[in-house]
Design a protein around this ligand. Sequence first.
Ligand code: SF4
Length: 372
Amino acid sequence: MENGNPPSMSNVPELEKKLLERIRNSKVSLRIMHVCGTHERTIAKYGLRSVLPKTIDVISGPGCPVCVTPEDDVNIAIALAKSRVTVVTFGDMMRVPGSAESLLDAKSEGADIRMVYSIDDAVALAEKKPELEVVFFGIGFETTVPANAAALLRNTPENFSLLASQKRTPPAIELLASDANVDAFIAPGHVATIIGTKPFEPLAKEGFPVVVSGFEASDILLGINLLQTQVEEGCPRVDNGYPRAVKPEGNQIALKIMDKVFETSDSEWRGIGRIENSGLVLRKEFEEKDAAKKYEDLYASSLEDIRKKAEGKDKKRCICAAILTGKAKPPQCPNFRDECTPKSPAGPCMVSQEGMCYNWFKYSREGGSKLA
Ligand code: SF4
């Protein structure tokens, strides 16, 4: 905004310009929460907040998988690796601080921790190296869980198991709906490709306009305008703003595979706490693949050491919890930019390309207003 006027739209592509005009012409004010790291990336990268009217506030919820993975799950992964188990996981996860240290810190101290791109890489490692005990630290939302389920439905070798820290999105959104001072939600497009639009209907029944959005700048702007339209019509519902990828019923094959292997449980979310029915854990038939149980005795003393070490650790005050629940924005953190950067993250929201602090750091430095 310059002199209180909206930024010039001379460089804005035609479709986005039309959508912005519709948003600006609407009289509806909204505080909107999105729940997806990729949405945050698009919003930050194209500087959408800088071109939206002041009546539209878009805040980020807990949509970054590594950000919501609890500290103690990281501690267990480290304890396993310090107990002669080979722990493999995604690159982002290696840099997320646990209570005392990150997986990368533990690796530099000699623990066998390796980066992979998928669970299939982890299974291949276990097959190739039968002398290793290989644990895949599987984190994420409904988008990544079907691949984990599919791998376990194939015959994985005996020396392979899963440390699961998997989350279901709708229960977290429902919890925040009652707590976060939000008027409407942009539901995550990736998750909806798997679960469909129906799991978001309870939110609409509670009176919240909901839209499932894709990941282009135009998708987000369309989503915002669809939410305004719902308010104008006085009819909260779940609009599908991403029909090129999302069906109302979701991906039935993926859902069936997930259901064969995993069941719903209560789950801890970093910064939020325990949320009822928000986790996906291995069913009893697959419990021999549950690394947390399989090696419980082996890693118990390492885990205790890590927890003790954490008690004496002088932690930089990280406000990710407030950021993940829409109660604060990155510049409100005293560590932002100086003590906490993508190269040296002090909290999980600065680690991943899906983290809000990471995106605000990266794109505010690069201008963050490429659309306008
Ligand atoms: S800037 Fe760093 S320390 Fe502050 S909230 Fe973000 S991740 Fe946490």
